[in-house]
Design a protein around this ligand. Structure first.
Ligand code: ZN
Length: 90
């Protein structure tokens, strides 16, 4: 059985392979594509909906225990590969 994680965007549980691990490096939100980076990570579906929801609810800040604000440009660029732009974030 694959380990299950909870998406910080929609709060749904999903297998690790369906989620994108996100870590914070010097207050920059970075996608951890291979889930190998050390430290605390947050898991989210790699979709605009879930990342957008997580950003708006500041779920990354809470999940990663950072004092914020986080630089989300990198993660938004990553998601732009999927299509639409992530709204409502700075
Ligand atoms: Zn989700």
């Amino acid at each position: 059985m694959e380990p299950v994680r909870t998406c910080v965007g929609c709060r749904t549980r999903a297998p690790r392979s369906a989620l994108l691990r996100v870590v914070s490096i010097d207050s920059v939100l970075v996608p951890d594509e291979r889930a190998v980076m050390p430290g605390r990570g947050a898991w989210v579906h790699p979709t605009n909906e879930c990342v957008d929801a997580a950003l708006r609810r500041r779920a990354f800040v809470r999940a990663l225990r950072v004092s914020g604000p986080l630089d989300t440009q990198t993660i938004e660029k990553r998601l732009n590969g999927y299509g639409n732009k992530v709204n409502g974030s700075k």
